[in-house]
Design a protein around this ligand. Structure first.
Ligand code: ASP
Length: 293
């Protein structure tokens, strides 16, 4: 079976960002061509995208509503049922590598301070992922809120803000993800994100939620990007995976998954399956694809 990898730079990310996902896919494909597994390839691709300051993952992650905190979510899942995730982790360069560490513990997910402490235990030094662009993004977000021009899909957050002393999220998504199939036919999915822009401190999105942000099994691997609160409610990754398991092609499953949310809620899905790969979105979704000959 040919190995393959599909990466993305987040729904809503400009299509001129394709170079990042392409480079990430290349890195993953390099490992696949050396006979490495789907998990290693997905991790390597995710690290490239986390280190790309243009993405909302790792370096460049969005800042929370308090104007200073960066909290990141990341997760990994393999077709043989291994799982590892971190949620609301702070002060690390590559949350996906910490999620990989969690896979080797008796737990599935570590969150908050415990996740950061575990990163130190693994030897990852303190790292501030904040970039000037993320600060600028936050400033623009506050300006849009003041001007009352939040996007329609963020309206619920704005209404909530009337009752809770925070402002709503705003802006694009730009989370990153990767799905891979190796030469043995094993699959893996990876997600990493700084979360919805201007989120509340402590908020955890779909990206580390198994079944919502990602799923992998014998039929394939799925990773999603979009507004976490909506993706979680519809279990988008598992629903998409179930289509694959029922015999849909990778592309059919991805297209089905996108119909699970109303068109105005940004959603992107990438799939690796037995028949090949698929990708679908109701917005823009820069992707990279490599098939290893
Ligand atoms: N799904 C992510 C979240 O809600 C955001 C994204 O995909 O861009 O945290």
């Amino acid at each position: 079976m040919k190995a393959l990898i599909v990466t993305h730079g987040g729904v809503g990310a400009p299509t001129d960002m394709t170079e990042g996902p392409e480079r990430a896919a290349e890195e993953g494909a390099k490992l696949l061509s050396q006979g490495k597994g789907a998990l290693e390839a997905a991790i390597a691709a995710a690290v490239v995208l986390e280190d790309d300051p243009r993405t909302n993952a790792g370096t460049g992650s969005r800042i929370c509503i308090d104007g200073k905190t960066v909290e990141m979510d990341a997760a990994l899942m393999t077709s043989d049922g291994r799982m590892g995730a971190v949620a609301a982790i702070r002060d690390v360069k590559n949350p996906i590598l910490v999620a990989r560490g969690v896979m080797d513990t008796p737990h599935v997910t570590l969150a908050g301070e415990g996740a950061t402490a575990f990163a130190r235990f693994l030897g990852f030094p303190p790292y501030d992922p904040t970039t000037p662009a993320a600060r600028e993004f936050l400033k623009k977000g506050f300006e849009r809120v003041r001007a009352g021009t939040v996007l329609p899909h963020n309206r619920a957050w704005l209404d909530f803000a009337k009752r809770y002393p925070v402002l709503p999220p705003e802006g694009g998504c730009d989370t990153i993800g990767a799905v891979a199939r190796d030469a043995t036919g094993a699959f893996a999915a990876a997600n990493s994100t700084g979360g919805g822009a201007m989120k509340m401190v402590g908020r955890v999105g779909d990206s580390p939620h198994f079944g919502a942000g990602l799923w992998a099994g014998p039929a394939g691997a799925v990773a999603t990007t979009g507004i976490g609160e909506h993706i979680i409610r519809k279990l988008v990754a598992k629903e998409t995976y179930d289509r694959l398991a029922a015999g849909a092609t990778a592309q059919e499953a991805a297209e089905f998954g996108v119909t699970l949310l109303p068109k105005e809620i940004p959603l992107g899905i990438v799939v690796a399956a037995r028949d090949g790969h698929g990708a679908a979105t109701n917005g823009t979704l820069p992707i990279g694809v490599r098939i290893v000959e």
